[in-house]
Design a protein around this ligand. Sequence first.
Ligand code: COI
Length: 357
Amino acid sequence: MTTTPAIPVERIVMSRISSVDFNNLGFGNYISDHMLVADYDNGKWHEPKILPFGELAMTPAILALHYGQSIFEGMKAFKNKNGEINIFRAQRHHQRLLRSLDRMCMPAISEEMFIQSLSALVATDASWVPDSEGSALYLRPVVFATESRLGVKISDEYKFVVLTSPVGPYFAKPVRVKVEETYVRAAEGGAGFAKCAGNYGGAFYPTQLAKQQGFDQVLWTDAHDHKYIDESGAMNVMFVLNGKLVTPKLTTSILDGVTRNSILTLADDMGMPKEERKISVAEIKEGFENGTLTEAFGVGTAAVVSTIAVINIGGKDYSLPADSNSSFQQRVKKKLHNIRMGTEPDVHNWNYRVPMK
Ligand code: COI
């Protein structure tokens, strides 16, 4: 039998945890005491190490800064009702990480290395996992090109870094979104499906304009003629239309959200009819006008299930009916929460138990 050596840990001298306001976490405001770092060169990944969170020595010539080879994941670890810590859907996040790495010509990371790295880091900073309702330890694995040179090329050197952050809800209240008809997040054949840094940087400008107009997020439409809904940047989108759960079918311009997949799976378990297909903006508008559109919400690791209160189409605000405990989004959100907390059986084997030292 082979055993993988334990990941070495250099512990922080003085924890920063006492500076964290666990009653008012927000999203991404605090970074836990430790980080995991692994280097790639000469065609292979080297053993990861856990270090105190801090600066990394790099030159300003690293290729990630110039040509954008940088991808990341967003995951969560939860403390369940028995005080055990689970990482949610670690394998599915790893599969998506592989697709992002492949799209950006970056080297694969094995499932074993990925899950062991996350799990060792979470175990090291176990005291940072919050346990209040709606909070979690957000895990941010990131891989970026570190070869120091200016020639336009695929890097031969990389870093894999994992950070963690205790977080509360991403959106404090139901969101207002604006159907985007001018700017484009991603076109078919591009890298929209990959979780690469550039997708987020390119979305800032139109999102900033939408925020200045009083919206929280942009509702991206297809790059060709802005007729069909893609996603909402920090989350996938779902609708309840004519009593059915409908969501845009995945394309190369839409992120394959892990929460999206979880909600679709739970919809089956709950007997909710569902459709993954093209959804036109015209159909959403008609759904508002004839009352068949009863719910709209965003789904994502950070966003979880976030109610959409208003959709702006062509400059006009359309309001969704007020959300209630009996809505599909609230019922499915509760079911997801219960699975994570261990109060409902984890029939799909989504929780990965972090072994504690
Ligand atoms: C996530 O849901 O994990 C995301 O990556 C969205 C955003 C926080 C970047």
